[in-house]
Design a protein around this ligand. Structure first.
Ligand SMILES: [Zn+2]
Ligand SMILES: [Zn+2]
Length: 330
């Protein structure tokens, strides 16, 4: 099969993905073979390909927002040909203390799609049958792909931040995840304040109905109940923290953060303000979010790249040069 293969991590400017041929995965018990139609490109892919997340296998086929159809094996209620999605959480052990308390996102022995096992930058992918998600019919393949990580984890961030209907919520950074989360927030009647670098991201936020849009160094005109940060930057976390009311919460949606700068505890954290991190996702997050996405007719903004442009897709994510999400098409 054709695939984009990572042999050794390097800057995406050096085109580390080799576009070539790889063996088609062999069907195993409890797995389904998926013929990939589209695979979203996530910032986490960038961290993997550039080596900020330590390599877990080589060579590796990245990609964890897989849309495809079942081409072999079977999953409960999903016949051959059924359209499914595969996300970052590719499997859990089911028996560790975290799985037992219903926090499978924190599993001690997880499988991560496109990181600890091969992912979807390829014509075929293998997935655990109990970790594929049926997809709402209304969404086409391209639009469904970014829902599977950017969407689900953006949704989980709203949950981790504890967003209540009608609250004032800040989104710091406005890429693939935030531009989906804003629609969910609007469905919950929240007012959304967006602070982001890049004029095109600010225009997108305004067009999606943000109550206020500012640049990275600007502060929202109101005290926020909740804030979610989407940039791998500690400075952005501090900016979000300094915009919170007492008792407010910042949820950090970033698998990697450059550092947390020194900050003034008395002014920024005292008053029961909280900083939380968002880690991975659960199958319940996926199910609940995909239901909401279908109900509110969520239409992600996407830019398509053919498989042989996988390096360019990652470069575009790195440069923040496209609105919405990058998706590789097969
Ligand atoms: Zn992701
Ligand atoms: Zn576990």
């Amino acid at each position: 099969m054709r695939a984009a293969i990572l042999n050794s991590p390097a800057s995406v400017l050096d085109r580390p993905l080799e576009i070539g041929r790889a063996p088609q995965p062999e069907l195993q018990p409890g797995r389904v073979l998926i013929r990939v139609r589209a695979c979203g490109v996530c910032r986490t892919d960038l961290h993997i390909v550039e080596g900020e997340l330590p390599p877990r296998r080589r060579p590796l086929i990245p990609g964890h927002q897989i849309v495809g159809e079942i081409a072999g094996g079977s999953a409960p209620g999903l016949p051959l040909g059924a359209r499914v999605g595969v996300s970052w959480l590719g499997g859990v052990d089911g028996g560790c203390p975290y799985c037992r308390r219903g926090a499978e996102n924190l599993c001690d022995a997880p499988t991560f799609t496109g990181y600890t096992v091969d992912g979807g930058y390829a014509e075929y992918a293998l997935a655990r049958a109990d970790f594929v998600h049926p997809l709402p019919g209304a969404l086409d393949d391209l639009q469904a792909a970014p829902l599977l990580c950017a969407g689900i984890i953006g949704f989980r961030s709203l949950r981790v931040a504890g967003v209540e209907p009608g609250e004032s919520v800040g989104l710091f950074g406005f890429g693939a995840s935030a531009h989906l989360a804003i629609s969910v927030l609007h469905a919950w009647k929240c007012k959304v304040y967006v602070s982001t670098r890049g004029a095109s991201h600010r225009r997108l936020a305004a067009s999606l109905g943000a109550a206020w849009v500012g640049a990275e160094e600007d502060r929202p005109p109101v005290e926020l109940d909740r804030a979610i940060t989407f940039a791998p930057s500690g400075d952005v976390v501090i900016a979000a923290l300094s915009s919170l009311r007492k008792g407010g919460v910042v949820a950090i949606n970033a698998i990697h953060l450059d550092r947390i700068p020194e900050f003034d505890y008395d002014r920024l954290l005292w008053g029961e303000r909280q900083i939380r991190s968002v880690a991975n996702m659960t199958r319940a997050d996926a199910r609940d979010f995909l239901q909401i996405a279908a109900a509110i007719n969520l239409r992600p903004k996407v830019t398509a790249f053919p498989l042989d442009q996988a390096n360019e897709a990652l470069q575009a994510v790195k440069a923040d040069s496209i609105d919405g999400a990058a998706v590789i098409t097969l």
